[in-house]
Design a protein around this ligand. Structure first.
Ligand code: GAL
Length: 396
């Protein structure tokens, strides 16, 4: 090879390497941008990517706002039909704008399979909600628990506690609330009744009346009341309440928690006896409490319901289905899970719901919609894409 040939060869190679280097760097930047792409809107029902570019895995969730940061806790689902069982635990994500969420990992991990723990791998952990206790400085998580291999028969509520919002939460106990106490809105004459389920035809008018008059409350009086779909609500005075579907999912119970939020005080009331409500979510506006629920059709959607009260213990007034427009009768193919107040905005509440995919649980979607108040009623309208500026100028 001549000297000039060798120089040309070197120049060509150098240029080639420079091109490869520039191309690789550009590719790296493009990939990084793709994974960290900032989002600007809610797109209900679509794949919702976290800041790593992965579909958020926090179903049946609830949100805690702590020191300016939102923490979203939810059921970590896996693929396939078994994906609704707790194989991993409760996930946690953080955000400052409710749209872009960073995966904070597993806040509450399941215990090892075969350990015999209440929260062993393969149990059912649903609808986790976390609240912060100002007095103790602890983060308190309550969730619906079904023990492994017992289908939905255990109907328990369970408690886990952490020193940090992202965990690790440490499992404390599971229980059926309020044994040997009567609701505060329950007639004395119903306490001594002796009629049982066997003497009644299920779903008959007489049966329904007996449910309203405590058929299941008396049955479960000693063991404690059943507790399935649930939410937590902390009022302005710091008192916390646990609201859950009880009595074979026929009646909601609202129960006051102790000052440390780690137990029940024994003060509780029934909401909508025999009303068949699930998926409770609460918000407070202008001194009134609003409750949005679903009916009971398992993973299938149904029409939402809404109620209003001046006092959390009732009486609650039925306001009907808050959803309006196309697919309102199926709540836009979703089921309520929580209502989050938007920080820094007055009377701004986001309705959070799940679009379940029981055949491939991990593919479940989130339907978040703004709540609009109209003539004293919460209204939910479908919106393909929206952002928090909605609350600055709500469409009338
Ligand atoms: C729904 C409930 C979900 C889950 C499901 C199981 O009604 O809201 O949280 O328990 O039933 O079928």
């Amino acid at each position: 090879m001549h000297l000039t040939d060798s120089l040309t060869f070197k120049t060509v190679m150098k240029t080639l390497f420079s091109f490869i280097f520039i191309f690789a760097s550009a590719l790296q930047i493009a990939l990084a941008q793709q994974t960290e792409q900032k989002q600007y809107s809610f797109q209900p029902g679509e794949i919702w990517k976290d800041t790593d570019g992965v579909h958020i895995n926090a179903h049946g969730g609830g949100i805690l706002l702590h020191e300016g940061i939102y923490y979203w806790f939810g059921e970590h689902k896996t693929s396939g039909r078994t994906g609704n069982r707790a194989m991993v635990g409760v996930s946690c994500y953080s955000s400052t704008d409710l749209i872009n969420w960073k995966n904070e990992g597993v806040a509450l991990a399941v215990d090892q399979e075969g350990s015999g723990s209440d929260i062993e791998k393969g149990s059912v952990i649903e609808r986790p909600k976390v609240i912060y206790n100002e007095k103790t400085g602890k983060f308190v998580m309550w969730f619906h628990l079904e023990l492994k291999s017992q289908s939905y028969n255990a109907a328990r509520t369970a408690l886990a506690v952490s020193d940090s919002p992202t965990g690790p939460f440490v499992f404390q106990k599971s229980l059926r609330p309020n044994p040997e106490t009567w609701p505060i809105n329950f007639e004395d004459s119903w306490k001594g009744k002796t009629i049982t389920e066997n003497e009644l035809k299920g779903w008959s008018d007489e049966w329904k009346k007996e449910v309203e008059e405590g058929l299941f409350i008396r049955r479960d009086f000693e063991s404690g009341q059943m507790a399935r779909d649930m939410t937590l609500y902390v009022d302005d005075d710091g008192k916390a309440y646990h609201i859950f579907s009880s009595e074979e999912n026929l009646t909601l119970h609202i129960a006051e928690l102790t000052d440390d939020y780690l137990d029940f005080t024994g003060k509780w009331a029934v909401i909508e006896p025999a009303g068949h409500n699930e998926a409770p979510a609460v918000f407070k506006q202008d001194g009134k409490y609003y409750l949005i629920t679903s009916g009971c059709t398992g993973w299938d959607p149904n029409a939402a319901r809404s109620f209003v009260a001046d006092d959390l213990f009732g009486p609650w007034t039925d306001l009907g289905n808050p959803a309006v427009g196309e697919e309102a009768d199926l709540t836009f193919d979703s089921q309520s899970t929580f209502i989050v107040p938007v920080q820094g905005k007055k009377n701004a509440f986001v309705f959070m719901a799940d679009r379940w995919r029981p055949d491939n649980a991990i593919d479940g979607r989130y339907v978040w919609l703004p709540i609009k108040m109209k003539e004293g009623r919460p209204i939910l309208e479908w919106n393909d894409e929206w952002d928090l500026s909605y609350f600055d100028n709500p469409i009338q």
